[in-house]
Design a protein. Structure first.
Length: 400
């Protein structure tokens, strides 16, 4: 059977004997399983996984630049071309297996339905998943960022998750932050060189969290998954300024055009583009754009071979100088709207940071590859942190 378990990192520990004992005790308290478990009665059937079927965001309402819902938008209207005008991707569909597991009918991945309410460091979360026995299966593992984001639901937000199928660990709070298997190669303010990405299923964000400490809110949550080979891109350079992803069936602009703009103009720019002779370009939704992030790259990477924007080297990103005066790369708009809290208008739109997702001082705070939102235009309602309402555009179209 193919082994989908994540290889754990080597722990560099002084006073090895004492700390090992303490670590094992702590893992037992957090739900770790016995070392010599009996797995003879467990099911070893692997799920059939569809790589890389793009899943819809779930957002079906249209919004104007002020965040108010509008009944309709047609080509040529201001803010036409947003997520709900196209409704791209397979409609989210799940099966409750009746054994505390949920199967994604599109991807084939099987998920842990009820996450532990415990908090974990990144390594503890890896070990928890690898030792989990649930639903007669023992081949559970930590999900990647792309896998975890595939179940995000942007229909309403707060939480950004279908809670009919996926339970929350502690309820609708900002602390519903779930670890992914993607360890960050850069250096963040909070985690230094020891940070890993996670998805917040209440606020909808992706961020690199401190991997080895609990922080003020305690440890992060974890939702185990089983299956493999979902979220792997297969890029082909078409030698005409476009790049096709044979896994998703999407075609992308190789460069970003070099111009920053607000959300309204980003939508119009995409709608009016005729790159490589195609007239059906659009602004990607948040799942599509997050789907081309390369989490092995960062402008703040400690390994020089990994320094650069968080995207495959086939693509080009316009260099910028960030708020700290450092060499960096920008944020990129998506067509998906967001709101800050339940009940507020959708003042904001999601972006993906292919450069460092900085704080107000220009320091790498959220990590390259983070997904955040910002106000749709200059002078719009403020969100969290420093404002970047002028961002780049990466065009997308359906290649098939």
């Amino acid at each position: 059977m193919k082994n989908w378990k994540i290889k754990t990192m080597n722990l560099q520990i002084n006073s090895y004997g004492l700390k090992t004992v303490l670590f094992l005790i702590s893992m037992a308290a957090l739900g770790g399983c016995a070392k010599d478990k009996d797995t003879s009665a467990l099911d070893t059937t692997e799920p059939t996984v569809n790589n890389y079927k793009m899943i819809a965001t779930g957002q079906t309402a249209l919004y104007n630049a002020d965040g108010n819902e509008v009944s309709s938008l047609v080509s040529g209207d201001t803010c036409y071309g947003q997520d709900a005008n196209y409704l791209k991707g397979a409609t989210m569909s799940y099966k409750d297996n009746g054994d505390a597991t949920v199967t994604d009918n599109n991807t084939g991945l099987m998920w842990q339905q009820v996450p532990s309410s415990n908090g974990y460091t990144w390594q503890q979360a890896v070990d928890y998943c690898n030792s989990l026995e649930l639903g007669s299966y023992s081949d559970w593992r930590m999900p990647s960022c792309k896998e975890l984001y595939s179940i995000s639901n942007f229909a309403t937000g707060w939480p950004y998750l279908n809670t009919t199928y996926f339970h929350l660990a502690n309820g609708v709070t900002k602390d519903e932050q779930y670890w992914s298997s993607n360890y960050y190669v850069g250096i963040t303010v909070e985690g230094g060189s020891k940070a890993a990405f996670g998805v917040n299923h209440v606020t909808g964000h992706i961020k690199a969290y401190a991997a080895e400490s609990f922080g003020p809110a305690g440890g992060k949550k974890v939702r185990a998954v089983r299956g493999g080979d979902y979220g792997i891109n297969d890029f082909v350079n078409n030698s005409n300024g476009t790049i096709s992803d044979n896994s998703t069936g999407l075609m992308w602009a190789q460069s970003d055009g070099g111009e920053k703009m607000d959300w309204e103009h980003a939508l119009a720019y995409a709608e009016n583009s005729t790159l490589a002779g195609y007239s059906d370009w659009r602004l990607p939704n948040v799942k599509e754009l997050q789907g081309i992030v390369d989490y092995s790259k960062s402008p703040s990477a400690t390994d020089v071979s990994k320094v650069g924007p968080a995207i495959n080297a086939m693509f080009s990103c316009t260099p910028i100088t960030n708020e700290a005066g450092a060499s960096d790369y920008g944020y990129y708009w998506t067509s998906t709207s967001a709101h800050f809290t339940t009940g507020q208008p959708y003042y904001y739109a999601w972006y993906v940071a292919f450069g460092m997702a900085v704080n107000g001082e220009g320091k790498d705070f959220h990590g390259a590859g983070a997904v955040r939102f910002d106000t749709k235009y200059e002078g719009g309602p403020l969100g969290e942190g420093g404002e970047r309402y002028y961002n780049f555009v990466r065009l997308v179209r359906d290649a098939q």
